[in-house]
Design a protein around this ligand. Structure first.
Ligand code: IMP
Length: 192
């Protein structure tokens, strides 16, 4: 059977394909000829993940899962949250986003934050949701050059280095996306 992962990131696809039951073939958006930008117009991370999964189901007829991630900073009332990718503007530049966040946090002593990944699954007419959270705090400065996005300024709880200073295996084992993916896989393994 076939299941679409609403992504064009070949690495993500390969990673998840290796973990799900063998008789499920994962398809990317390119595989189903979905070449347009899928709308992400909801004001929550949950809403956007669901919107993407349902878009594929409605327009292409495939069962599908989609993920959406945001960084929620306590002192900023959960911002940038669902707007993480374009926090500093439509150019979606990671360095601009980090600089703006560091600037906005200057007046605050509470620097606690969390990454949240939501995976929405549209399967056989029903929807399911899996959430992975990684708690931590925002550093005063950028550290490290691995990873992407806000990784250089996020130190996960219980660790003395940022995500951008960590080996990918460690980030995946403690990170938001890895936790949400593990729940999806455990669900699929029970379902099939
Ligand atoms: P997306 O939902 O995966 O596209 O993520 C939205 C935005 O959140 C991205 O543009 C990144 O800026 C940020 N982001 C998502 N995941 C991570 C992560 O693992 N580390 C750092 N930033 C991330």
């Amino acid at each position: 059977m076939q299941l679409v992962f609403a992504t064009n990131n070949a690495n993500k696809l390969k990673e998840v394909q290796a973990l799900i039951p063998e008789h499920i073939t994962l398809l990317s958006l390119k595989d189903i000829n979905c070449l347009e930008d899928i709308p992400e117009t909801q004001d929550t991370i949950e809403g956007n993940a669901l919107q993407k999964a349902q878009y594929v189901k409605t327009n292409y007829g495939y069962d599908c899962f989609a993920d959406d991630t945001g960084l929620e900073v306590a002192a900023l009332d959960g911002a940038p949250g669902v707007y993480s990718a374009r926090y500093a503007g439509p150019q979606r530049a990671a360095s601009d986003n980090m600089n703006l966040l560091l600037e906005n946090l200057k007046p605050h002593t509470d620097r606690t934050a969390q990454f949240k990944t939501v995976i929405a699954l549209s399967l056989q007419g029903q929807t399911h949701q899996f959430t992975g959270i990684c708690e931590g705090h925002i550093t005063e400065e950028k550290h490290g050059d691995k990873g992407f996005g806000y990784d250089p300024i996020f130190k996960p709880k219980g660790h003395s280095i940022t995500f951008a200073e960590m080996a990918l295996e460690l980030k995946n084992s403690i990170g938001h996306r890895g936790k949400a993916t593990a729940q999806l896989i455990s669900f699929l393994n029970k379902f099939y």
